[in-house]
Ligand binder design. Structure first.
Ligand code: NDP
Length: 328
């Protein structure tokens, strides 16, 4: 007898990770449901870009509103729930701290409570972040490293992490936090620094502008490739036991090296085009952020294939294709 396909519910399916995860799950035969705060108003541009818009079943749900969360979970009754929604910009979290904390903390607790309330056996993945650790220094952070968040976003993610751990211990839920380090793709919105660099270098190469203004260039980050990271999320929910995992490449590169690689792609010297702009500096920033993905390798057999130079090349290939298609 054939087994019924599994059903997944992805909160925030219209975001970068939501769209890649939908692609990953559909390929594995899942019935994929997803939410946006307003299904009618959302463009679902990422799903359309990946050619998935017709395949995902879309709902409206606002994470901070318990009624809407319990309604959609009760209607779908999923086997797996992925929470990838919420205010996700560290920079914006300094300007919208209450909205950031509400969407992240309340959103996570509302999903946990809805699972309990409905008595579901659903497995739950929650998007945590390297921002919980704050500055890691050059010793890669593993799951045992103490948290010291440096932004309202990081504070929210740290609180949500502990909510997941508490509900797992108290109520025996299959709930996990993926402590993901930065991961990129062409689906990232333009406000993120990696997209600013990629689009800025391409504009300069096309002669549209001559200068790219950036904030702090000395920071170092651990950059991976988003489609690989959604595979790790799925592995966490299909592991024997609910546990938290650091997902990272294990390698930190200065932002300056990212900029260098992007300009190099077009044969440009970044020093002739990049200016530092004090207005783009954050109230507090993290000097170095690097993760130790050893536990994910040992227990999930997951490893990042694409490291920073590969990430830059893939982003620029995609940007170049997008520009050619727009001109055609
Ligand atoms: P995106 O910003 O691309 O997607 C998040 C989605 O959440 C949006 O598409 C939006 O959907 C919804 N959203 C945005 N603002 C709010 C808000 N104030 N309240 C409720 N919902 C909101 O994020 P990513 O896909 O890049 O990331 C997915 C998750 O992983 C996020 O929780 C992020 O914080 C976390 N994360 C991401 C990392 C990365 O490098 N990408 C690293 C570590 C963690 P809609 O408008 O349709 O409602």
């Amino acid at each position: 007898m054939r087994r019924a396909p599994k059903t997944a519910l992805v909160f925030g399916i219209g975001g970068q990770d939501g769209a890649w995860l939908a692609k990953f799950l559909l390929k594995r035969g899942y019935v994929v449901h997803g939410t946006s705060r307003d299904r009618e108003a959302s463009s679902f541009a990422n799903l359309k870009r990946l050619g998935l818009f017709e395949q995902a079943r879309l709902h409206s749900a606002v994470l901070s509103d318990f009624r809407s969360v319990v309604q959609v979970i009760g209607d779908v009754r999923p086997d797996e729930i992925y929470n990838l929604a919420g205010q996700s910009s560290v920079g914006l979290s300094f300007e919208q701290p209450v909205e950031t904390l509400n969407s992240i903390i309340l959103g996570t607790v509302n999903i946990l409570e809805a699972i309990r309330f409905l008595g579901l056996a659903a497995r739950f993945y929650n998007a945590s972040s390297s921002e919980c650790f704050g500055n890691t220094g050059h010793l890669p952070a593993d799951e045992g490293r103490a948290f010291h968040p440096r932004s309202p976003y990081g504070v929210g993610k740290a609180a949500a992490y502990w909510a997941i751990a508490n509900y797992r211990e108290s109520y025996n839920l299959f709930a996990c936090s993926g402590i993901l380090f930065n991961h990129e793709s062409e689906l990232r919105p333009a406000r993120y620094v990696t997209q600013k660099i990629v689009r800025g270098a391409a504009d300069i190469a096309e002669g549209k502008t001559d200068v790219l203004r950036l904030g702090e260039l000395s920071i170092s980050r651990d950059w991976g490739w988003a489609p690989e990271y959604v595979d790790a999320m799925w592995r966490m929910l299909n592991h024997d036991t609910p546990e938290d995992f650091v997902i990272a490449t294990g390698q930190a590169y200065p932002l300056e090296a990212f900029v260098h690689a992007a300009f190099d792609y077009f044969g440009l010297n970044w020093r002739q085009h990049v200016e530092s702009d004090a207005a783009l500096l954050r109230p507090s920033d993290i000097a170095v952020s690097v993760g130790d993905p050893g536990k994910a390798k040992r227990q999930l057999n997951w490893e990042a294939e694409t490291k920073m130079p590969g990430v830059v090349a893939k982003l620029l290939d995609a940007e170049t294709r997008r520009r050619r298609a727009a001109q055609a």
